[in-house]
Design a protein around this ligand. Structure first.
Ligand SMILES: [Zn+2]
Length: 397
């Protein structure tokens, strides 16, 4: 709640967007807390923070935990923050209990997870694993034309450390579910086994603007009708790939968007997600074939452009097992679950064994100032994080 006072929103949540003054203040508070807990804090060239609690074997690759402190413009108090401060709580708990781990433990605050002010999302972790170049990241601009690299320097968090130069033994990320399943079932802990893969397909249908009153039905080239049929097709394709496949059109523009003009152009984006690569490919292929058939039947020109893509993520069996086993030992109800959203853990999984722990959130609401969790849920998720990390880092005898 102290962190939530920094960059408050307008409705009880947070607006602590990346590389703003509020982000700088939140980082400073986190560093202060970490140093008070005996950690040394490193900062890399993209501003990602690493708070290290030394192990008895300082040369061993550390176990990493963490998430992100940046928020959406109308974000909640827990998305990301839970995983970072849960990591800090883990360090404090080990301190209080006088426990030393063999491997060092590092609590991470990844820069720009949200991707709202500077696209793309998960930029700090994406550069860390080599998916993006650092200079390319610096050149991203916000809506006001400000450069990422300049803003990082302005707020004073461009670190000296080379990005990506850290060996990682394992990475655990605690995060709120951002969906309704755990709360609805009354389940304490989500054991995240997979991250969804995604295709965004922008479809552009072109027909002909025409008067809605005087153009006979059979002489129309109606892009809005084409759009409706393609949306219906996207829905059917997702339903045919159940379970664990979703599809929707959340963005659509009609042109000229006038009530007495048959729309000559429709531009909309299909969002398909599933943790199964075969299904993801099949959904895209079927959509493209059906959309082309729909367009040709209506006399429309069609272009389909992929505008976003992630392959599905399969988290590390060993790390996932450590999470499941920790939940079992603690006597918490738990279930395997797939992450519907992207997370830094999805990138880190490419270079190191990784798993995620989900905590329920009220009504599944997230990316919303009304986002809410119960203290008991947070405590259980953090306890699982603690025990999974202890098992992986090893307790010094
Ligand atoms: Zn998040």
């Amino acid at each position: 709640m102290q962190m939530a006072q920094i960059g408050p929103g307008v409705a009880g949540g947070n607006n602590r967007q990346t590389l703003t003054d509020a982000d700088a203040d939140g980082r400073a508070l986190f560093r202060e807390w970490c140093e008070a807990a005996g950690c040394t804090v490193g900062v890399d060239g993209i501003g990602t923070m690493f708070a290290r609690r030394e192990g008895t074997e300082p040369d061993a690759a550390p176990v990493y935990v963490g998430s992100h402190l940046d928020t959406q413009p109308t974000g909640g108090r827990f998305d990301g923050v839970l995983g970072v401060l849960g990591g800090l709580e883990l360090v404090r708990t080990l301190n209080n209990a006088g426990i030393r781990t063999r491997r060092p433990v590092v609590v991470t605050n990844w820069t720009n997870e949200e991707g709202t002010r500077f696209a793309p999302a998960m930029l700090g972790s994406g550069v860390f694993i080599g998916e993006h170049e650092l200079e390319w990241a610096y050149d991203r601009t916000d809506a006001n034309g400000r450069r990422f690299g300049d803003e990082l320097g302005r707020i004073g968090w461009k670190g000296e450390e080379e990005v990506g130069g850290r060996p990682i033994h394992a990475y655990f990320e605690l995060h709120i579910e951002q969906g309704p399943v755990l709360e609805a079932e009354g389940t304490d802990v989500g054991v995240v086994t997979h991250g969804q893969g995604l295709w965004w397909l922008e479809v552009r249908l072109t027909g002909r603007d025409a008067h809605t009153g005087s153009t006979p039905m059979q002489m129309r080239r109606d892009a809005s009708l084409g759009m409706a049929r393609v949306i219906e097709s996207a829905h059917r394709i997702a339903m045919d790939h159940q379970p664990e496949a979703v599809g929707a059109v959340g963005h659509a523009d009609l042109h000229p968007n006038s009530r007495n003009v048959v729309a000559g152009r429709a531009v909309f984006t299909i969002d398909f997600r599933t943790p199964d690569l075969g299904k993801l490919t099949s959904m895209r292929e079927r959509l493209e074939a059906e959309a082309r058939e729909i367009a040709s039947g209506l006399g429309l020109e069609i272009e389909i452009e992929p505008t976003g893509h992630y392959d599905p993520v399969t988290f590390d069996t060993g790390c996932v097992g450590a999470v499941r086993e920790a939940a079992r030992r603690l006597g918490y109800s738990h279930r395997d679950i797939v992450s519907g959203a992207g997370h830094d853990a999805c990138w880190i999984n490419r270079i190191a064994p990784t798993a995620m722990i989900f905590c329920p959130c009220k009504d599944g609401i997230s990316h919303n100032e009304a986002e809410e969790i119960m203290p008991d849920w947070a405590a259980k998720g953090t306890n699982v994080l603690l025990h999974a990390v202890l098992e992986t880092a090893g307790i010094a005898s």
